[in-house]
Design a protein around this ligand. Sequence first.
Ligand code: ZN
Length: 394
Amino acid sequence: MTPTPTVFEGRASRFEVTAPPPADGSTRARAGRLELTHGVVETPQFMPVGTNATVKALDPADIAATGATIILSNTYHLYLRPGHERIARLGGLHEFMSWDRPILTDSGGFQVVSLGDLRVVDDDGVTFRSHLDGSLHRFTPEVAIGVQEALGSDVAVAFDQPVTPSSPRSVVADATERTHRWAERSHAAHRRPGQALFGIVQGGLDIDLRAESTRFIAELPFDGICIGGLAGDETPAQRDATLDVAVPLLAADRRPRYLMGLGSPADLLEAVHRGVDLFDSVLPARVARNGQLWVPGGRINLRNQRFLDDPGPVQEDCPCILCRGFSRAYIAHLFRAKELLAYRLATCHNLTFTLDFMARIRASIRSGSFPAEMSELRLRAGRISGDEVAEQSA
Ligand SMILES: [Zn+2]
């Protein structure tokens, strides 16, 4: 058997699988190193989301202190406000937000298509109304790429048409077909040196469509493969089954795999086990702003009365600024008083917890003990799926 080559040399990126999955098939988890224009990203890795060129409530030093090495920013939001051309005139997104490490921009497809009644999809693109002021706009693959080139992210993403995972097969088939045409157009339109370009696999939960989409996107010379159309209304079992279709088809593919939108520790762990390298989600930061903090084995809700008299830290061994300097009583008080510092400290903690969890996963994979340590990692993650977390924090 010919060994699978482990290095991918892209136009503006390099990806090396440094710890491939074991030959016994016990896991598809792997560790790697993704080199981008603004730095190196160790994988598996989680990307905090900076929607409006800011990870809400944090400054760049805070973000770096959580352990983040790459963040995601949203093309749709920056296009509308303050405008990609303005950001380009001001020196690009890194300069604008004072973050000198890697940035991945999404394509805007998810936001645009999620606008519901505010948008119309045709084969050429999407016409939509701004959620800010109702003004009329149009995104095509060429526009989405042009906006990301102006922003100057390390990784741009092809324009796609995501659909809710549980959509009828005909809807998924239509959107998947369109995503393929748009992937070709996105690739043809992309010019910017120093910027990698990832393609997006769609196909919903349908095994045949997902397999077809994986094969189609993998045929194109992208620098990475995004697995889109998940982290929606599917069950964890449906997500696992979909990954079990897509990832094996990429087994000999040397590029990084990125599952878009997944963010709870338990969900991240299961997806790493199935062979995913990169993740992003607003979830850890969003639930933090609702007063829910993740700790080994579960979570604490700061709105609970009992924390008002608790002098201990949120988490004993956590290096974040909240746990190093303040008590549970203090952060619980800040939340009740709706003090702004509460959002910063809580966000720092949840992102630190998430990124530390990913570091533990990487160490486990590198040492070859990941399959043996899965149960321990599951305990630490607290077995909380994204849906449960979202409900709890609502
Ligand atoms: Zn902490």
